[in-house]
Write a protein that binds this ligand. Structure first.
Ligand code: UDP
Length: 447
């Protein structure tokens, strides 16, 4: 993007070091790059993105100041990361500013909400900053409500109240709130993430036709402009930012399956199962009699070797009806004609990707924001069924047949196709996401 004469504007992006955070930030980078901006990505060494997938971007690694995330203590990790990264990031920004000179000035810093140290560093260098919220808008409202519920003494809530509805937050119940780990640590992180301090705007990877009323409520609470520009994976050029290697052989297997028959199963990049749950899932899939494509990520069962965890009798039983990969090219899988349903943990990226392809879901949230997303999928957009039970083979088999075979699933599939069309309209010229993107670009240009 040229501001005056030949001056090209650079945007510095600071993604969160997790798959579900890297994807939307790098998609945003592609969108801004195709609109003429230069892109620098400043990242941690832990879970660092692959520069060769984004040859047009510059990448800078922060000195390895973060402890390694073990998968069990997300909140202490995130809090420590923010303490450790501020000074090195500020040094990094100052270095970029010195190198760029006048030809390529930094227009602004866009940071993932969990990398809130970026705001302070940008402010010290008198650079504007913008927050990217990688979850849905309803999640922000839920986060806001948690402060009030805690002040009123409703949190922590007893098990007996877990299914109680929360006033003004339909369809959410107490158990759907994104409360994690130790309450004190969680509240500390939540307050840091919710407070945008001096940042000039908030970007959401969401879509007006999905979250119109949540967006309106957030805009009422918030002094800065909000830009819902999703679904970013659809607007960005199709590059992969997978941290694990995608096994594309499953696409050839899908080519051999009939239209809308395959159930795709994935719990995303960070949910875990124990061996018993995995075995129940395996037999539920076999017994459903539907073809299935299952992502069994290395580490899905902590401490277990990938080859050992699936029972031998299961491997012998699946024949040509099932296909297992360590990591799938998920967007292509969901776009494949053979895929008729998605058993998902309902991470926000997976949810958006499924909605964009009109694929109905079995929603089986594990933690964090997934409960909020699952409730919206099943109760507001009604393109998925809620799976609230433990992983048990009979329950899994029944849920798959409800989605893939029964009338209930056919109706969801029909609603899914309608929703897909509405989402597509939002991304076209004159559509809400397109308009928001134009406004966002104008704002960055005006800094
Ligand atoms: N994903 C993928 N291959 C897989 C499983 C997941 O490419 O086998 C991608 C998926 O398309 C999504 C991201 O990983 O973009 C997961 O993000 P999400 O927010 O759904 O869940 P998280 O991993 O953060 O829990």
């Amino acid at each position: 993007m040229e501001k005056e004469g030949n001056r090209r504007l650079r945007v510095v992006l600071v993604p969160g070091p997790f798959q579900g955070h890297l994807n939307p930030m790098l998609q945003l980078g592609s969108i801004l790059h195709s609109n003429g901006f230069s892109i620098t990505v400043v990242h941690t060494q832990y879970n660092s993105p692959n520069p060769s997938s984004h040859p047009d971007f510059s990448f800078l690694a922060l000195p390895d100041s973060s402890s390694i995330f073990t998968g069990e203590s997300f909140i202490p990790f995130a809090l420590q990361l923010n303490v450790n990264c501020k000074a090195p990031f500020q040094e990094c920004l100052a270095q970029v500013m010195r190198q760029q000179g006048l030809d390529d000035g930094i227009a602004c810093v866009i940071y993932d909400e969990i990398m809130y140290f970026s705001e302070a560093a940008a402010k010290d260098l008198k650079l504007p900053s913008i927050v990217l919220r990688t979850g849905c808008a309803a999640l922000s409202l839920a986060g806001h409500a948690i402060f009030q519920l805690k002040a009123e003494g409703h949190i922590p809530f007893p098990e007996s109240r877990s299914k109680d509805p929360i006033l003004d937050l339909y369809p959410l119940r107490f158990k759907d709130l994104p409360i994690m780990e130790k309450l004190e640590n969680f509240m500390q992180l939540l307050s840091k993430v919710a407070n945008i301090r001096t940042s000039s705007a908030i970007i959401y990877n969401t879509i007006d036709c999905l979250e119109n009323s949540s967006m309106a409520k957030i805009q009422q609470q918030c002094q800065v402009p909000i830009f819902p520009i999703g679904p970013m994976h659809r607007i960005a050029s199709a590059t992969s930012s997978s941290l694990l290697e995608e096994d594309t052989s499953c696409l050839a297997w899908l080519d051999k399956q009939s239209f809308n028959t395959v159930i795709y199963v994935s719990l995303g990049s960070s949910a875990f199962m124990d061996v018993k749950e995995l075995v129940e899932m395996a037999w539920g899939l076999v017994n459903s009699q539907q073809p299935f494509l299952w992502v069994v990520r290395p580490g899905l069962v902590p401490g277990a070797e990938w080859n050992d965890i699936l029972p031998q009798s299961f491997k012998e039983n699946i024949g040509k009806r099932g296909y297992i990969v360590k990591w799938a090219p998920q967007k292509e899988v969901l776009a494949h004609d053979a895929v008729g349903g998605f058993l998902s943990h309902c991470g926000w990226n997976s949810t958006l990707e499924s909605i964009c392809e009109g694929v109905p879901m079995i929603c089986r949230p594990c933690y964090g924001d997934q409960g909020v997303n699952a409730r919206y999928v099943s109760h507001i957009w009604r393109v998925g069924l809620e799976y609230e039970n433990k992983f048990e083979r009979g329950e899994i088999e029944r849920a798959i047949r409800r989605l893939m075979v029964d009338d209930e699933g056919k109706k969801m599939r029909k609603r899914g196709k309608d929703l897909k069309e509405r989402v597509e309209l939002c991304t076209r010229e004159g559509g809400s996401s397109n308009n928001s993107l134009i406004e966002l670009i104008k704002m960055i240009m005006s800094f």
